[in-house]
Design a protein around this ligand. Structure first.
Ligand SMILES: [Zn+2]
Length: 295
């Protein structure tokens, strides 16, 4: 079976795919901006258009997977938005509208890998790509479900209580959310006809990536404090109007950098699962063997 995800839109030449991809991605990103899931400023729109174009270059299934991930993440961010916003007000630095850095941190590695499969159709790249997207999905779902259902977050490192929305804090609901977010990508991959083993890769990479996200968030992520309110925050300018100061972590390691690290961890975990189960025929096999079509 060579009519796989790598060849699905191969009736188009690579430059044609890029042009068709750009047109479709512009439309999709325009809809997302109108729906309020990309920031008005334009950076998020440009980044989403680039990611969408790269996915179409890779193949239709990659684009469908990106849309299914993004659609669910947007719906979850919108769900009980005010209630969740009230819980994390003054702590988190960004709202539901995604800017360029957030789009790249969540979808960049996935989209690059998807496009890479057009030139280098190697199965391990597909497994890494799905792993990276599963990690992004798990992290988004963990945050949204965790903040919505509440519970007192504890630091994943020290076990002490932290404020809702504060990086490195985990709750049982959040952990379940990360499993559900990884499961969503696994389900979407199955429905799109990707190799069965990619479901396992999604679960492992998604949950593992979310754990990496929390550990990195609790350790090296920049920590700031508002002295006026005497509160921890991620905001450079606190909602009270005063400038905050850095009290720990590495200065440039913000939420987006942490997300990028966790999606990269998801990519590596996807590769790892491929080398454990993907190469054995029962869960996928090498390309062209055992009917391991993923498109
Ligand atoms: Zn303040």
């Amino acid at each position: 079976m060579t009519e796989t995800i790598f060849a699905q839109n191969a009736y188009l030449s690579l430059p044609s795919r890029a042009i068709v991809g750009l047109a479709l991605a512009l439309g999709a990103a325009g809809l997302a901006r109108r729906a309020g899931s990309l920031e008005r400023g334009g950076g998020g729109f440009v980044a989403a258009t680039v990611c969408g174009t790269l996915c179409v270059i890779g193949g239709w299934s990659w684009s469908a997977l990106l849309i299914l991930y993004f659609g669910a993440a947007t719906a979850l961010s919108r769900f009980r938005e005010e209630e969740k916003g009230a819980r994390t007000r003054g702590v988190v630095s960004k709202g539901g509208e995604r800017d360029a850095a957030q789009v790249v941190a969540n979808g960049g590695i996935f989209s690059l890998a998807a496009a890479l499969t057009a030139i280098l159709p190697a199965p391990y790249i597909a497994w890494g790509a799905v792993g990276a997207l599963a990690a992004a999905s798990a992290d988004t779902w963990a945050t949204e479900v965790g903040v919505w259902l509440g519970g007192r977050p504890r630091s994943i490192i020290t076990g002490t209580n932290v404020r809702p929305g504060e990086s490195g804090g985990v709750t049982f609901a959040g952990l379940m959310g990360s499993v559900a977010g990884a499961g969503w990508v696994a389900l979407a991959a199955m429905l799109l006809g990707f190799q069965r083993g990619l479901g396992i890769a999604s679960m492992v990479a998604g949950f593992g990536g979310a754990i990496v996200d929390s550990v990195v968030g609790a350790t090296i992520q920049e920590r700031r404090r508002c002295d006026v309110c005497d509160e921890p925050t991620e905001q450079a300018l606190h909602l009270c109007g005063s400038a905050t100061r850095r009290v720990g972590g590495i200065a440039w390691v913000n939420n987006d950098v942490v997300n990028l690290i966790s999606t990269f961890a998801g990519f590596l975990l996807g590769l790892f699962v491929y080398y454990i189960v993907g190469r054995s025929g029962s869960w996928g096999g090498w390309w062209g063997e055992g009917g391991g079509a993923i498109g």
